[in-house]
Design a protein around this ligand. Structure first.
Ligand SMILES: Nc1ncnc2c1ncn2[C@@H]1O[C@H](COP(=O)(O)OP(=O)(O)O)[C@@H](O)[C@H]1O
Ligand SMILES: [Mg+2]
Length: 239
């Protein structure tokens, strides 16, 4: 089966002279996988997610999502791709503070031109799944960190993206809340959502992903599929 997300020899260089942020990375993620990306600060994790999301373009190499060359899309096509094919969540949630929970979640559906009735129904389902429906009329400032991240996940999923990209989603919450977010992401993955999760937290990676990719200095240094219980089932250490 073709991978859902595929990077082929992808390099991203921000500054000529400086070392590339992503250095000749090849990586394939199948539909339904839950992949954790780990590595030290500055190792290129966010850059990698941004390249998959079409937020940034590689200096060289190919990025495919669902068989489509994301790196070659026009500005208009890439905007459409971002709205429909990828959902993204972040450490600091990036919710709009002057909109209610329900309106934050609905916004990407409105931007994508989804019929209002269908969008409202989808939003209601997601708010229920993410156990945040009782806060639908609240403003983000009144929510806890864990509640905000649940709203952000609902917003990321409203357009049924092929892949959910999470950039240190538990970086700004306490441990118990982090575990709760990890468990929710795993639940979504069990229901079929492909997930690529950047995290600093080895516990989270092992408990809430099925595969751990380690990167250092922009390169993949290890790519391991985990057995149940979080021990590596097969490890492939790359040169
Ligand atoms: N927009 C940018 N312009 C210039 N350099 C950048 C930019 N974004 C990231 N970098 C650099 O690229 C490298 C990788 O950064 P990043 O992908 O944010 O790493 P991580 O998410 O693993 O902490 C770092 O050296 C960082 O300074
Ligand atoms: Mg980062």
């Amino acid at each position: 089966m073709d991978p859902l997300v595929q990077l082929e020899n992808v390099t991203k260089r921000y500054d000529n002279g400086a070392a590339p942020a992503v250095d000749n990375v090849s990586l394939a993620v199948a539909a339904g996988e839950a992949v954790a990306i780990m590595g030290p600060s500055g190792s290129g994790k966010s850059t990698l997610l941004n390249l998959i999301a079409g937020m940034d373009r590689p200096t060289s190499g190919a990025v495919r999502v669902g068989g489509e060359r994301v790196d070659l899309l026009s500005e208009t096509a890439v905007a459409r791709f971002r709205r429909r094919q990828v959902g993204m969540i972040f450490q600091f949630f990036n919710l709009l503070d002057d909109m209610t929970v329900a309106d934050n979640v609905l916004l990407p559906a409105q931007l994508a031109g989804t019929r209002t009735a269908a969008a409202r129904q989808r939003a209601a389902e997601l708010l229920a799944t993410l156990r945040i429906a009782h806060r639908r009329d609240a403003y983000p400032a009144r929510l806890s960190g864990g509640e905000r991240q649940r709203v952000a996940i609902a917003r990321a999923l409203i357009n049924r993206p092929a892949v959910l990209l999470a950039d240190e989603p538990t970086g700004a919450v306490d441990r118990a809340t982090g575990d709760e977010i990890g468990a929710l992401l795993l639940e979504l993955n069990a229901a079929g959502q492909t997930l690529i999760l950047v995290t600093h937290n080895p516990d989270l990676a092992v408990r809430y992903a099925h595969r751990v990719v380690e990167i250092a200095d922009g390169r993949v240094t290890s790519d391991a599929v985990l057995a149940d219980g979080g021990r590596p089932a097969a490890e492939r250490t790359l040169p």
